[in-house]
Design a protein around this ligand. Structure first.
Ligand code: NDP
Ligand code: ZN
Length: 354
């Protein structure tokens, strides 16, 4: 089969491989929709997880099941399915301890385009199909469904990690597609004020639509000063979905003692993050920082899909650029790398190569 791959750090290209084999608990799918991710960009061009040779990229997909293993109970060939970007081993002790994303080792629930070939191929393999796939709800927009792979669950995980409570004042640093879904999640969890930090106009407009009250432009001055000013003091919670290793410095400075920072940003480069000693209460300020990969899994996909079906969230609005056909996965990924001003998220609807 054909697939679009990371050949080595900094280099991508088309390769041909054998189609993946199906284990007894697994499924083989073909893609119906795909989306490239900022994480693919970190993986290839920053070498963020180390070198990978000839590894098919991509972890965001909607699929159609073409084969299932002998022990799969709930899916059959022809089923259209939501595919979570994170596909843990649910029997692992880490998963039993509540950290499915780290089953098999830190970040090892993230298998597509990390430890095995991803979804940018004619076929892809899903481990533990019953636990990691969910049926595509009837009539659901394929673009929205594709966002349930990663953008929605990751953005929502930022709100879970920051432990947003009703009435909280919340800063969301970064309003690309992930941060925009964090804004939506913070609103659903009952935040009072949501300060959304970004600079692109289309992202800012969507942040306001998803529930932000104010846009803070990091290019127009120190965001800590801007947020302390507009909030008349420190915020209760911060979600970090953009920025860099120094962003924690700003997040700590704008946070109340007892506040929580939920980070879902993938730090692609550098050795250390910056935490300001005094503003962190000399180590005693009860300003918690939790960074997490989203948990994955069928239940989560089904619940997030319910929010879409019930019209409470509109992830299809993230999609600013639509491509057709697997052969266009390359320009879609390059768009994600180049991040033109009018981009929020590209999505690719699949048609079989002739
Ligand atoms: P984008 O690049 O589209 O968005 C990044 C956002 O951060 C933009 O709003 C950008 O502003 C803003 N930003 C950039 N620099 C700064 C700065 N110095 N200070 C404040 N804000 C800044 O990324 P995505 O939304 O696609 O992804 C966000 C992160 O989440 C990525 O690192 C991605 O790899 C990661 N991720 C993590 C996952 C997980 O499970 N934890 C899963 C999926 C993705 P501007 O408007 O100027 O562009
Ligand atoms: Zn992703």
């Amino acid at each position: 089969m054909k697939g679009f791959a990371m050949l080595k750090i900094g280099q991508t290209g088309w390769i041909t491989k054998d189609a993946p084999a199906c284990g007894p608990l697994d499924a083989i799918c073909k893609p119906l929709a795909l989306a490239p991710c900022t994480s693919d960009v970190h993986t290839v061009w920053a070498g963020a997880i180390g070198d990978r040779k000839d590894m098919i990229l991509g972890h965001e997909a909607v699929g159609e099941v073409v084969e299932v293993g002998s022990m799969v109970k709930d899916f059959k060939p022809g089923d259209k399915v939501l595919v979570s970007a994170i596909t843990p081993d649910w029997g692992a002790l880490a998963a039993q301890g509540g950290y499915s994303m780290h089953s098999g080792g830190m970040l090892s629930g993230w298998k597509f385009s990390n430890f095995k070939d991803g979804v940018f191929g004619e076929f892809f393999h899903v481990n533990e199909a019953d636990a990691n796939l969910a049926l595509l709800p009837e009539g659901m927009d394929l673009g929205a469904a594709c966002m349930i792979s990663d953008m929605v669950p990751t953005g929502f995980h930022g709100a879970e990690l920051a432990d947003i409570q009703y009435g909280d004042n919340v800063a969301v640093i970064g309003i690309g597609p992930v941060g925009l879904m964090s804004v939506a999640a913070a609103a659903i969890r009952g935040a009072a004020n949501i300060y959304a930090v970004g600079s692109r106009k289309n992202c800012a407009d969507l942040a306001l639509e998803f529930g932000a009250n104010r846009i803070i432009n990091y290019r127009e001055g120190d965001i800590v000063e801007q947020i302390l000013d507009v909030n008349h003091g420190e915020v209760d919670r911060v979600i970090v979905a953009g920025g860099d290793n120094d962003t924690f410095d700003q997040a700590i400075r704008m946070l109340k003692p007892g506040g929580k920072i939920g980070n879902v940003n993938y730090l692609g480069e550098g050795d250390y993050v910056k935490i300001p000693r005094v503003e962190w209460g000399c180590g005693m300020g009860h300003k918690q920082i939790v960074g997490g990969l989203m948990p994955g899994g069928r239940l989560r996909s089904e619940k997030l899909a319910r929010l879409v079906v019930a019209n409470r969230i509109h992830p299809e609005k993230l999609i600013t650029h639509t491509f057709h056909g697997l052969e266009n996965v390359e320009p879609a990924l390059m768009l994600m790398k180049d991040k033109p001003k009018d981009l929020i998220k590209p999505c690719l609807l699949y048609t079989s190569p002739s």
